[in-house]
Write a protein that binds this ligand. Structure first.
Ligand code: B1M
Length: 210
């Protein structure tokens, strides 16, 4: 098995120590940091995402895989910056105003990072104004909103309207998700996309900005 394939397997099984050790070894062996990122860490997260989507693994496995990926990323990051390897895109992520649920949102963030995005996570209870400000300040490509309550879903619409009012709607793709959200709700409020789970969210973000 190649070292990159080995790293992929250790990301999937969530072995952060091994990932760290093998990423260091791959660098010492002269492997390109971008190659290590794309063909081992991202592959591992994307494979765990598919298993999660198919209910073959569950939240704890995704969390430990993400921790292992992050251990590898911590080593790669300075080298990627040095080599000016750009992220796939920038996503501003948050749970909408009035909503404190963040477990699903955090999984979405991990899958986005795993897919090579830079994620600016604004946390929970994020107002439309905060989404607009963060997207503007960071020149984000995409805004990703999560809501778990039927009472907070309308803030997704308010946020889209805030982007329109700020004259920034054309600059960003807006995607939404969360247990009560549907594709028809996304269509109704004028979002660019809806994803039902974290792995699909990463796929959607890639499609939206490509
Ligand atoms: Co709350 N809660 N909760 N809760 N809570 C629900 C959502 C509820 C369905 C429970 C119920 O009554 N059966 C219900 C909502 C009813 C409704 O509106 N229809 C509810 C309620 C009512 C409340 C309170 C109002 C309770 C109260 O105080 N009376 C209160 C509200 C607080 C607030 O937000 N203002 C409340 C509070 C809480 C806790 C704080 C105790 C806790 C949250 C802890 C935390 O997140 N840090 C909590 C929890 C844990 C839940 C349940 C049990 C689990 C939610 C969860 O984390 N699921 C939930 C019931 C349930 O869903 N079974 C419930 C796991 C997570 C991985 O799934 O978030 O759906 P989910 O994310 C998925 C997808 O939806 C998708 O990807 C994820 C993974 O694949 N996804 C996206 C999510 N965001 C996405 C964004 C995307 C794309 C995909 O693109 C941007």
């Amino acid at each position: 098995m190649t070292i990159l394939k080995e790293i992929t397997e250790y990301v999937k099984t969530g072995n952060a120590k091994k990932v760290e050790e093998l990423v260091k070894k791959a660098i010492d062996d002269g492997k390109d940091p971008g190659d290590i990122l794309n063909n081992s860490l991202i592959t591992g997260m994307s494979e765990i995402g598919i298993l999660f989507k198919n209910n073959e693994v569950f939240i704890p496995e995704v969390l430990i895989a993400a921790r292992a990926m992050k251990a590898g990323m911590a080593i790669l990051k300075p080298l990627l910056i040095e080599k000016d390897v750009k992220p796939v895109g920038k996503v501003v992520l948050g749970t909408v105003k009035g909503d404190l649920h963040d477990i699903g949102k955090n999984l979405v963030g991990m899958m986005l990072e795993g897919a090579g995005f830079e994620v600016i996570d604004l946390g929970i209870d994020v107002s439309p104004e905060k989404f607009v400000e963060a997207a503007r300040d960071n020149q984000a490509d995409c805004v990703a909103m999560s809501a778990l309550l039927t009472t907070t879903m309308p803030h997704m619409k308010d946020t889209i309207e805030a982007f329109e009012a700020a004259g920034l709607r054309e600059n960003v793709k807006i995607m939404i998700g969360g247990a009560p959200i549907t594709q028809s709700y996304a269509d109704e409020i004028g979002a660019d996309g809806y994803a039902s789970d974290a792995a699909s969210a990463a796929e959607l973000a890639k499609n939206l900005i490509s």
